[in-house]
Design a protein around this ligand. Structure first.
Ligand SMILES: C[S@@+](CC[C@H](N)C(=O)[O-])C[C@H]1O[C@@H](n2cnc3c(N)ncnc32)[C@H](O)[C@@H]1O
Length: 204
């Protein structure tokens, strides 16, 4: 990955040909876009942050929400996490995460499961890279990560300034310039930030 040379991911250069191949392979014209075939700005910010601050996850159990390619999960393993679980609703993402983890010599447990109506996972840190690109998902992620945070688990959110980012509930902790792709973004170079989640006690 540019700027994160220690991480290797199987990624696509173009989104549409891959999406069409998935529609054919799965015989599903409504198949989800292959978000897992790209490293998103939010996940890249988290990966940079974990490289600079390995103590945030070292020797701790980590959960990567909406893991896509597995970028954040792999960065957490690289930073010394004791165990990482990656969750995504897209079966292709779950498969990609497993392949990418292996390409980096790591083992990541995967869950193909929508956890957003579930109780917080039994971990020490939750990572949420680029989850605020869509209104409906954003509406569900916020109460879940707040619940996670209130239960004493640390949460790191990575985001390049998406429309639905709930900045009032977050506290910025780091900023990175990241290189993504114009297949996804208006510009190849994005400013992307890492945030902690405020607890109700720190919101006022
Ligand atoms: C923009 S991608 C981010 C991927 C990765 N975190 C990154 O930063 O590169 C968002 C991912 O969220 C997944 N997703 C959408 N709704 C979800 C849900 N309810 N639970 C888990 N994952 C979900 C999508 O399948 C997609 O892989």
């Amino acid at each position: 990955m540019p700027g994160l040379e220690e991480i290797r991911l199987h990624l696509a250069d173009e989104i549409l040909p891959l999406w069409h191949a998935i529609q054919i392979e799965s015989n599903d014209p409504d198949a989800a876009l292959p978000y897992w075939a790209f490293a998103w700005g939010g996940g890249l910010a988290i990966a940079h942050y974990l490289r600079d601050n390995p103590d945030a996850v070292a020797r701790r159990r980590v959960f990567d929400l909406a893991s896509g390619s597995g970028l954040c999960a792999i960065a957490a393993m690289g930073a010394g996490a004791s165990a990482v679980t990656a969750a995504d609703i897209d079966p292709f993402a779950v498969a990609a995460c497993g392949l990418n983890a292996r390409a980096n010599g790591h083992r990541v447990a995967t869950l193909q499961y929508d956890v957003l109506d579930e109780a917080p996972p039994d971990v020490d840190v939750v990572l949420a890279g680029d989850c605020w690109y869509e209104a409906r998902l954003a509406e569900r992620v916020l109460p879940w990560i707040q619940r996670v945070r209130e239960s004493g688990i640390e949460v790191l959110v990575g985001d390049p300034g998406r429309r639905y980012l709930p900045t009032e509930a977050l506290e910025e902790i780091a900023t990175y310039g990241v290189r993504t792709t114009t297949e996804l973004e208006d510009l190849e170079y994005k400013v992307s930030r890492v945030y902690a989640v405020r607890t109700t006690a720190t919101q006022n």
